[in-house]
Design a protein around this ligand. Structure first.
Ligand SMILES: [Zn+2]
Length: 460
């Protein structure tokens, strides 16, 4: 989330240098090349132009950037429904402007469309001693302010973040301070104004809302020679989507003693959800009961939730004479790998939802992979695998490391965040299957996965 903010800041800065028109031209010409990487670059450009149009209240730029987001996004199979809805609305408004006879209709439509929101406009920013005063055009309520910290002690960075909801769009700017390294304010998204105080040592921060003023007191702590006890601060401002595989009419693999994959993976997922929520993360499940969900809908859901990571949970299976031999836990991330092993597992997991294959085209879908996500997904897979093996190995004997692998899994296609498919074990193996229906085993596994997730967030 925070990285997104930095990116936004960066875009504002870079946009100031090159004009919006130039950027729009560049994006449009990249769309002509038709390669995946150029389309991605165009998509990024259109999105920053869109943000720019909101800040500048520039309706023609908004129209052009929305058109670009929808065209490039659809080509990349990214869920752009939100943007295309807005585009349609904008186009219908435009056409009604052109027809004078529909004036009355336009009026009523506009009132409905505007959702009349109590927008708060930032009027001024002032220092008063060591207090930063943000003055708005109308009264604030304290539940409009969300305050949190993002510390990274090893890098010597302390960040204090204020999100101000339903604020009117403001251009990004730095606030000067003699003592503090950096204070920046920028639009985080159309509904949120974000203020970040960034310093190399800890600051005492207090804030209060006084009518239309957000009053933030910033006191630098004097460290001197006395040691200040370390408070362990972790960044838990993350959204995690857990995807229990299969469900409903699709039982997944059916193994030893007819144990079903869809049940096992739901049990692990619920344990994992509980642990992550207790640690302060925001967790969403693609399904929380025995229900069929198309593969494509699963990543779409994660995209919609703006998830930081997507974890699809599965159990593996193998036929006949190998069933007593093959066991172990594995993590997969999406890549165009053609290894026999990866193909076999992928064929198993992909079979549930043939309809999606037609949408992506049998081979061409691999061209839509986002390279940045592949690298991050690989890292996430390593941390998850390590976490699982670490936790299980302490309590159970003979847990086999099946390794981190890459493979062409449909369920991971289209995810806009690092995503991993976890195979929690072979449901066809007598010992492993018995463990997979044992609550304590699943709890231990979930604990290992949660630790892996935390390690991933801590390092990335
Ligand atoms: Zn599965």
């Amino acid at each position: 989330m925070f990285r997104l903010f930095l990116l936004t800041l960066f875009l504002f800065v870079s946009l100031e240098a090159s004009s919006s028109t130039k950027l729009l031209e560049r994006a449009n010409s990249m769309m002509k090349s038709n390669t995946q990487s150029d389309t991605f670059r165009a998509y990024d450009d259109y999105k920053s132009l869109y943000l720019r149009s909101l800040v500048d209240n520039d309706s023609s730029l908004k129209l052009e950037s929305l058109k670009g987001i929808v065209a490039s996004g659809e080509r990349l199979h990214i869920d752009v429904s939100k943007y295309s809805k807005e585009l349609q609305k904008l186009q219908s408004q435009k056409s009604s402007y052109n027809k004078p006879e529909s004036k009355d209709m336009k009026k009523t439509q506009n009132i409905e469309d505007m959702h009349v929101q109590p927008l708060h406009k930032l009027k001024s920013i002032n220092w008063k001693d060591n207090r930063l005063l943000l003055e708005f055009n109308k009264e604030l309520s304290s539940n409009q302010i969300e305050y949190f910290t993002l510390h990274n002690k090893s890098k010597g960075r302390y960040r204090y973040v204020f999100d101000i909801k339903t604020s009117m769009l403001t251009a990004a700017q730095s606030i000067k301070s003699n003592d503090i390294d950096r204070i920046k304010i920028a639009q985080f998204n159309p509904q949120t104004l974000r203020l970040v105080v960034d310093h190399t040592s800890e600051i005492e921060v207090e804030h209060r809302v006084d009518s239309n003023i957000l009053d933030i007191a910033l006191k630098l702590e004097r460290v001197g020679t006395t040691l200040i006890p370390e408070k362990k601060v972790r960044d838990r401002d993350k959204i995690i989507v857990i995807d229990p595989g299969h469900g409903g009419k699709d039982p997944g693999a059916v193994g030893y003693r007819k144990y079903r994959e869809k049940i096992v993976v739901m049990d692990v997922s619920k344990e994992l959800q509980k642990i992550l929520e207790s640690r302060g993360y925001k967790v969403y499940m693609t399904r929380d009961r025995d229900k069929f969900i198309k593969l494509r809908e699963r990543t779409k859901f994660a995209n919609k939730k703006n998830a930081n990571i997507f974890i699809s949970i599965h159990a593996n299976a193998i036929d006949g004479k190998n069933a007593k031999k093959v066991h172990g836990v594995e993590c997969y991330f999406l890549s165009p790998s053609r290894s026999e092993k990866a193909k076999r597992v992928a064929a198993l997991e992909n079979s549930a939802d043939i309809s999606d294959m037609n949408i992506y085209g049998k081979d061409s879908y691999l061209n839509f992979l986002n390279h940045r996500n592949t690298v991050a997904s690989n890292k996430l897979a390593i941390d998850l695998q390590r976490g699982m093996l670490g936790a299980l190995g302490k309590k159970y004997s003979g847990v086999k490391d099946g390794g981190v692998r890459e493979g062409p899994f449909w369920v991971l296609v289209g995810a806009q965040m690092p995503s991993v498919l976890v195979e929690v074990g072979f449901i066809t193996h007598p010992t492993e299957a018995r463990r997979l229906v044992d609550k304590n085993y699943l709890k231990t596994m979930a604990l290992g996965l949660a630790d892996g997730i935390e390690r991933y967030f801590a390092n990335n």
